[in-house]
Design a protein around this ligand. Structure first.
Ligand code: ATP
Length: 254
């Protein structure tokens, strides 16, 4: 069953077609990869799915509902969250505060209840703190909960960003280059972590990354973009042996 469907999606910026008539599906519970050379349109696809950019033509459906050109906060509420190519954290807040502020989006007590610190507010605050601690535990960050985010090593900042994205209880998590700047050991650890969180949170995951070992190692399906068009789609083995992909992308590596 498909969780997300893009039908004939095009995005133009003036005269530039960044994404051209792309059809694409993400199966529920899957880890899917999105690869392609620089400028191929990968991040634009993330921005179209999350409502940051408006679709020029075509339709995007999520969990059976049309989300084309909905506002980003509506799409996040429906269950799609993401991380960014350039890490976006509250750099001067602690690791714990970064996750807790994201968890607090889930609170639904009123301002009145908060001002008087009524029982419903107290109960929810306690639950949100537990949720934040639990996420830090899962992401291997609990020992550094009081560190200032900016002082974390780069790889851990990426994990913290994933923890923040998970705090909104998504059904679909979009990871934009989660292994950027990581060494092979850190990349291998991240692969295990991504597989774990898919199981623990019953998630579907879409990953953009240039680390072929990561993408080929954990994705069940991969879509290859080139100049905004879908060049190929298939299992890692099919993609690795596809002559068009080798020529356009893998062949130019190294
Ligand atoms: N807001 C924008 N305004 C104008 N052009 C844009 C905008 N966003 C993206 N583009 C253009 O769309 C094309 C696709 O960009 P995109 O960032 O989606 O590529 P990408 O595949 O994610 O590349 P990379 O691997 O380098 O991150 C590029 O030519 C880019 O310059």
């Amino acid at each position: 069953m498909n969780l997300l469907e893009m039908k004939n999606v095009t995005k133009r910026f003036g005269g530039l077609t960044a994404v051209s008539s792309v059809d694409f599906e993400i199966e529920k519970g899957s880890i899917t990869g999105l690869i392609g050379p620089n400028g191929a349109g990968k991040t634009t696809i993330f921005n179209l799915i999350t409502g940051v950019y408006k679709v020029t033509e075509g339709k995007i459906t999520f969990d059976g509902k049309d989300i084309t050109n909905k506002e980003p906060y509506m799409i996040a509420d429906m269950g799609i969250t993401r991380t960014f190519q350039n890490i976006r954290l509250f750099k001067k807040l602690s690791v714990y505060e970064n996750v807790l502020t994201a968890c607090q989006y889930n609170a639904n007590y009123s301002l009145f209840e908060a001002m008087l610190y009524l029982p419903r507010c107290r109960k929810q605050e306690k639950q949100l703190k537990e949720q934040a601690e639990n996420l830090l535990e899962i992401m291997g960050l609990i020992d550094r909960k009081d560190f200032i985010a900016n002082n974390l090593p780069y790889g851990l900042q990426r994990r913290l960003e994933i923890a923040r994205a998970l705090s909104l209880n998504p059904k679909l998590l979009l990871l934009d280059e989660p292994a950027a700047g990581m060494n092979p050991d850190e990349t291998a650890q991240l692969m295990n972590l991504i597989s774990d969180i898919r199981k623990k949170f019953d998630l579907s995951i879409l990953i953009i990354d240039h680390h072929m070992d990561l993408v080929m190692g954990i994705c069940e399906k991969i879509m290859v973009l080139n100049f905004g068009c879908k060049l190929a789609e298939g299992t890692p083995i099919e993609i690795q042996s596809n002559p068009k992909v080798i020529e356009a992308y893998l062949g130019v590596e190294g």
